[in-house]
Design a protein around this ligand. Structure first.
Ligand code: ADP
Length: 509
């Protein structure tokens, strides 16, 4: 987590053109076209959502994905009458104020303290917020997807093509998943199998034998997933904390490298200042969320300690620095293929989180850590704003820099899985170009750019970028949230899944 100051640092470091001016008139040719395109898409989407939604019915799956809850909401919305609306408002509408800007956080605190036991209970008894089960869903390939836009129609067709030309590495990975191993539970097994395949050379559609892309997941945490409850002990009794080695500065404290005395395990200790009960509840929410997440692309929690003034989270440690640093490092040339690998993993992590009904809500390059400097493996961190999805939850965030905020967050509307997908679109844009798509001269301008969904591919940095990458971004940076791709759809998009494309990108390097 960084604040606005970093932007200054960024330009000093010579980031290409982190800040870019928006053309004043939408009539400017390319942008106008793109705006038109996006608006047209939004309009079509709006029409579809008002009853003409027959497109892609054949692709509709019989089972509802969590990502599709928004669509259900839309239907519900249509059935509402003013009376029902009034009646339900009191019951349904929850206002969440993470930093104490509004009143009723007590209810929220209780609701969010979902222990593992409770999760199990909900799994058995069904989720109270909706009739959908909490159980992670089957492979999205088996279930199929609910199509969200006419553009996705193309994507789904591509999908079919892609199916036919999958590399053996990928098939291997699917085999592992179908073999009943939940995603992320035993990534080492999947990894070693896939790595073996990799060594055997991937030959696809006459591609040269040396063509190898490492799609294997990152290494799992060096410990089994555990359910953590904060202990009232002194952390210093069990861990040696390296006070001189600050891994990062957070919103409310610092993250240090530390070593567990008994095991010699190197870990990261995030010290969070939390004096009031309310502050403590926020950190405990982070712990509860992490307790539910067991995936190789999501940083794992090891232990927690609570004292009068702080709570310390001890986590899996990774050494490769923030993705943010790779974007701004002039000595490190991020290729489009690197970006494909990064974004695929972020999508894998998000798909898992969303299947667990959890939203991250603070995705940005600072919250994506590289596992090492030598590879393109990443893990998502900072679950400080993450929470269980509640269909009618609004979110008020006291944000530092607003570049990554989705329009619905700025507008204080309901947040959902699609809110994370917007951030993914922004991150993709940034990784490909080093530019921040909505950044204005000040926060106000940035916010206005976001609300107007004002972005384009005009910058020269896009000259060599594939059409597939642009299409991917176009399907995420859509103002109307329900029409953004879901994480599962993103993974199936040709930019992330077409091996012929990846080969072409590989050739360009
Ligand atoms: P906050 O929620 O207070 O913003 P973060 O969880 O984002 O804190 O952590 C702040 C910074 O500390 C990160 O951006 C990263 O540079 C570093 N960091 C956090 N967790 C780890 C970790 N597990 N391993 C290595 N560095 C970490």
């Amino acid at each position: 987590m960084r604040d606005g100051k970093d932007k200054v640092k960024l330009s000093l470091k010579g980031l290409k053109a982190q800040k870019k001016k928006k053309p004043p008139h939408a009539s400017d040719s390319v942008e106008a076209l793109l705006l038109d395109q996006v608006e047209k898409l939004n309009r079509q989407n709006a029409e579809l959502s008002h009853g003409n939604g027959v497109v892609l019915d054949m692709l509709r799956a019989p089972v509802v994905q969590p990502e599709d809850l928004e669509d259900l909401e839309g239907e519900e919305e249509k059935r509402r009458t003013p009376e029902r609306e009034e009646e339900q408002r009191a019951r349904e509408e929850e206002e969440v104020d993470i930093f104490g800007e509004s009143e009723p956080e007590e209810e929220e605190g209780r609701e969010e303290q979902v222990g593992e036991e409770e999760v199990e209970k909900r799994r058995e008894g069904g989720e109270e917020e909706s009739s959908l089960s909490l159980e992670p869903l089957e492979s999205s390939e088996e279930l199929g997807e609910v199509a969200v836009s006419s553009k996705n129609c193309v994507t789904e067709e591509d999908l079919l093509k892609d199916y036919l030309k999958k590399s053996r590495v990928e098939e291997m990975k699917e085999e592992d998943e179908e073999g009943g191993v939940p995603e992320g539970v035993e990534p080492q097994a999947a990894q070693s199998k896939a790595e073996k395949m990799k060594e055997e050379e991937v030959v696809d559609d006459g591609q040269p034998e040396e063509y190898i892309i490492d799609f294997t997941p990152p290494p799992a945490a060096p410990f089994d997933h555990r359910i953590v409850t904060p202990k009232p002990h002194q952390i210093a009794t069990f861990y040696a904390i390296n006070r001189d080695e600050v891994l990062g500065g957070g919103r409310f404290g610092q993250v240090h490298k530390c070593v567990e005395n008994s095991s010699g395990l190197t870990l990261a200790a995030k010290m969070v200042k939390a004096r009031s009960q309310k502050e403590k509840d926020v950190v405990k929410n982070e712990i509860q969320v992490m307790n539910q997440l067991n995936h190789a692309n999501l940083i794992q929690l090891y232990a927690a300690f609570e004292s009068r003034h702080d709570i310390i989270l001890v986590m899996e440690y990774v050494d490769g620095g923030e993705l943010f640093d790779r974007i701004i490092d002039e000595n490190y040339k991020l290729t489009e293929l690197d970006t494909v690998l990064f974004i695929r993993q972020i999508c894998e992590g998000l798909q898992y989180m969303h299947r667990m009904y959890i939203l991250h809500l603070d995705l940005k390059p600072e919250n994506i850590l590289c596992v090492s400097r030598a590879t393109n493996k990443i893990k998502i961190i900072d679950f400080g704003l993450a929470r269980r999805y509640k269909p009618r939850e609004k979110l008020r965030v006291n944000f530092g820099t607003p570049e990554f905020l989705a329009p619905e967050v700025i507008n204080y509307e309901f947040v959902s899985f699609h809110t994370d997908m917007w951030s993914l679109g922004v991150i993709t844009y940034m990784l490909l170009t080093g530019l921040s798509p909505f950044l204005g001269d000040d926060d106000n301008e940035t916010l206005n750019n976001i609300l107007a969904c004002q972005w384009n591919f005009e910058e020269e940095e896009f000259t060599d970028i594939s059409e597939e990458a642009k299409d991917f971004i176009t399907l995420l940076l859509v103002k109307s949230k329900s029409w953004r791709m879901s994480a599962s759809q993103s993974l199936k998009h040709s930019w992330l899944s077409d091996h012929n494309l990846h080969y072409r990108l590989h050739q360009k390097i």
